[in-house]
Design a protein around this ligand. Sequence first.
Ligand SMILES: [Zn+2]
Ligand SMILES: [Zn+2]
Length: 424
Amino acid sequence: MKLLLKKGRLLDPTLGIDFIGDLLIEEGKIKGFGREIEISEKDLEIIDCRGKLVFPGLVDIHVHLREPGEEWKEDIESGTRAALYGGVLRVACMPNTKPVNDAPEVTSYILKRAREKASVKVYPIAAITKGQEGKELAEFGRLKKAGAVAVSDDGKWVADSSLMKRALLYAKNFDLPVISHCEDPKLSFRGQINEGKLSARLGLKGIPASAETVAVVRDLLLARETGTPLHLAHLSVKENLPFLRWAKEEGIPFTAETCPHYFTFTEKEVEGYNTNAKVNPPLRTEEDVEAIKEALKEGLIEVIASDHAPHSPLEKEVEFELASFGMIGVQFLLPLSFNLVREGLLSELKLLQYLITNPSKVLKIEPPSFKEGAPAEVVIFDPEERYLVTEDFIQSKSKNTPLLGRELKGRVKTVILEKRIIHL
Ligand SMILES: [Zn+2]
Ligand SMILES: [Zn+2]
C-alpha cells in the first residue's frame, strides 16, 4: 500500500526540513519527500494536506499512565489513546505506579500491557530508589535489561545528596539518563499552591520558589561531579534561570524541561479553590510564566513535556487541601505549545525540536523522522482549527484540567502510525 500526503507543510526538526511538499509512505515506512511527487498507481491513497502541517509524531517523556494500580484514574489503553489524539506517538511513563516500577517484573508488565493495549509506543521509566522511598537504590542493570529507558523518583526528590550522587554514578555505568523531580520536601512541606500574596489571601500554605531552585542547583552540582546526564523535570520558576545559564557555560551535562501549564497558566487559576489547577510544582506568577518563556527562547529549557497526571473526582472533588496534585495534559501538549509559535517566541521547527528531537535525545532513542526507511510516525495538524474542550473530547479516563469548557486552537486531524491511518 502506498500513501501520498499532498501539499502539506513538511516539518522535520531532526532532518531540519521545512517546506511545502509531498510525503510518500510505502508499506508503513517513509519512502521519500519532495516538492512534488508524481506517481500514478492504482493502490495509491492520497491525503490532501493543503493548509496543514505534517511532522513526525511527538515524544512526551513525562506521562503518568497509572497502570498498574490506579486504573480508575487512567490505564495504558486510555492514556495512550489520549496521546494519539494529541499527536504524541511515543510516551515515557513515570514509575510512581502501584507497585512502584522499581523491579524488572513491573517494567516487563508495563511493556506487556503496552503491547496488548497501547495506541502509541510506551517507554517505561524505572525508579531511582526502591519504592521511591529515597533510601536504597533500585537495580538499574536489571531494570534496563527489562526495558527501562531512564530512572526517576518523579513525584519525589531524592533528598539524600549522597544517595543521589551514588545514583548518578551507578546510572552512568548502565548509560541510563536520570530524571529529577526538583523539590526540596522540607521547603515545600504541606504546601498547596505557589507561595505569595495569593496563598496568604486564600489561607493556603505556600510552596516557595526556593523549594525548586535549591533542588535544581544541588542536582546540577552532582551532575557536574559525576558527569552523568541529568534531566530536570517540569521547571516552573524564574529563580532557575541564572543557574541554568551558569550550568550551560560550565558544560554540565544536563537538559531541562517545562510543561505547557507553566507557560500557559498563572496561579490565578486556583482562585475559587479550583482543585483542577492544583499541580506540583504549583502554577506560578505572571513573572515566572514570562521567565519560563524566556528560558525556552534562550534554549536553557529545551524539552517540553506534559507531566500528564490523571486524577478522578475521588481525588479532586474534595477540599482543596485534600485534593491530589496534577492535571492531565498529553492531549493538549501540541495545541498549547503551539501558542509559543503564535506569540513569535519559537519557530515551528524549533518548537518541534523541543517536542520530538530533544526529548528523544534525553532518552537516547532514535527520534521519529522522515528519514527514508523509518517507520511512518506522522501527524497531520491543522494549526487554525478552534474547538471547545469538553469531557467527550478528552480521551483520558480523568478530566482534571482547567481547560474544561475553554477553547483551544490547533487540532490533530490524522495520524499515520506504520500501516494504520487514523482520522481523528
Ligand atoms: Zn514531578
Ligand atoms: Zn510527573
